[in-house]
Design a protein around this ligand. Structure first.
Ligand SMILES: Cc1cc2nc3c(=O)[nH]c(=O)nc-3n(C[C@H](O)[C@H](O)[C@H](O)COP(=O)(O)OP(=O)(O)OC[C@H]3O[C@@H](n4cnc5c(N)ncnc54)[C@H](O)[C@@H]3O)c2cc1C
Length: 377
């Protein structure tokens, strides 16, 4: 692992262990997962046994007690697999969905669900986006109304990662539809709950081994998670973590694409030499390598600031915007240097180009991130 002010021996060990796991247990199997459209539960359980699913959670739940640097590290190494759908499956569980429970759950909810989450027995999803509300979270229309002692959810969510297969879903709903952001609350409910169904499983351009679904709530009973009316703020706070994970993942994917391309251009012959002999090719790769290093440092710094408890919305948004765009540029050029081979179905780079496209959209579109930066300049 590169020398860096951010990493200690624990991080180095974690990175090595993760990298070995990904190379042995993910890369050879993942093409089959892409075909079937989901990551097998046994793999997630194995990740739980290795301790990868609870890096951020306290020891009392068998977690690693680490901070946001662990999220960056996990995101980068899972991204380095080159299978965005696998990385998304895991990161949504560890760093986007389950933090809602970890931060706001009651002692009884934590006791009931955290051990299963860390073990990989209980996979989670977070459902905020709706057909008519994505970037603009406070425009959601799903409602939660109190009937007797229970909360009943009504509405439709879309693009939900782990949506069809998750055991536990954290859902944003309006408890006071006239109150804007202050009217949003978070809820938890389990798969199989009355009135809760998977509408459609969604077919995607990339991230094919990630299960993405539409969820339908028809007076589904759910538990309030945290305080009523604090859901919007919980979502905004968790977005920081989510964006660190996604930006790191984008840099891991980019590093893999560059490595694959370097290998290719060093052996591919053209015009009396290798492609690497062409200055235009090697300089473009050198330029991209420099920018990926810059992107990684942006992510690490944002994660470090988060770990210090600093307000780092600007830095996190910069990292998400920069890395989400950069990975698409990297993929474009890497495919270019693979020539026609790169355009063929089944080549790694072809899949990685498709996977990368969502990085400038999901978890905060680039334009939305740049607005967050602009407000703070
Ligand atoms: C594969 C996948 C997985 C996902 N997983 C989840 C999940 O698990 N849970 C969940 O809740 N959501 C999930 N999402 C939803 C994702 O977070 C949203 O797609 C994203 O926030 C953008 O919302 P939208 O698609 O409704 O686009 P819109 O909000 O309609 O925006 C469309 C485009 O308009 C532009 N735009 C938007 N706002 C502005 C602005 N203020 N200024 C300038 N331009 C702007 C951007 O280019 C943006 O891409 C997932 C999406 C995908 C594709």
């Amino acid at each position: 692992m590169d020398a860096s002010v951010y990493w200690d021996d624990t991080h180095r060990l974690l990175r090595d262990t993760l990298r070995r796991f990904v190379e042995r247990e993910v890369v050879p199997q993942a093409p089959a997962w892409e075909e079937q459209g989901f990551v097998p539960r046994e793999v997630l359980r194995e990740m739980g046994r290795c301790g990868f699913l609870g890096l951020r959670y306290p020891e009392q739940y068998n977690g690693g007690g680490m901070n946001a640097l662990a999220t960056a590290l996990l995101g980068e190494e899972l991204g380095r697999s080159g299978f965005g759908g696998f990385a998304a499956t895991v990161l949504v569980h560890t760093d986007m969905a389950s933090p809602h429970l970890a931060r706001a759950g009651s002692p009884a909810q934590l006791e009931r669900w955290m051990p299963g989450i860390v073990a990989g027995d209980l996979i989670t999803a977070v459902a905020v986006t709706e057909p008519d509300a994505g970037s603009d979270v406070k425009a959601i229309r799903t409602t939660a109304r109190r009937v007797g002692g229970a909360w009943l959810l009504r509405g439709t969510k879309t693009f939900i990662t782990n949506g069809a297969l998750a055991d536990l879903v954290f859902v944003a709903a309006k408890t006071d539809p006239g109150a804007g952001a202050k009217g949003v609350s978070m809820f938890a409910l389990g798969r199989g709950a009355r009135g809760f169904s998977v509408g459609r499983r969604l077919d995607k351009m990339g991230w094919r081994c990630s299960d993405t679904a539409e969820l339908v709530f028809e007076d589904a009973p759910a538990e309030l998670l945290g305080e009523e009316g604090r859901g919007f703020y919980a979502i905004m706070r968790n977005f920081q973590n989510e964006r660190i994970a996604l930006a790191a993942m984008a840099m891991g994917e980019s590093a893999r694409a560059l490595a694959l391309t370097l290998e290719y251009v060093r052996t591919r012959k053209a015009f009396g030499g290798t492609l690497w002999d062409k200055q235009a090719v090697r300089q473009r790769l050198a330029q991209l390598a420099a920018r990926v290093e810059a992107g990684r440092e942006l992510v690490y710094r944002a994660a470090w600031l988060d770990a210090q408890g600093a307000d780092c919305v600007k830095e996190v948004s910069m990292a998400k915007a920069y890395c989400g765009e950069l990975t698409n540029e990297v993929m474009y050029d890497c495919l270019q240097f693979h020539g026609g081979f790169g355009y063929m179905r089944g080549s790694h780079i072809e899949r990685m180009v498709r996977d990368a496209r969502v990085q400038s959209i999901g978890g905060g579109a680039t334009e939305v991130m740049l607005e967050e930066v602009a407000k703070r300049l």
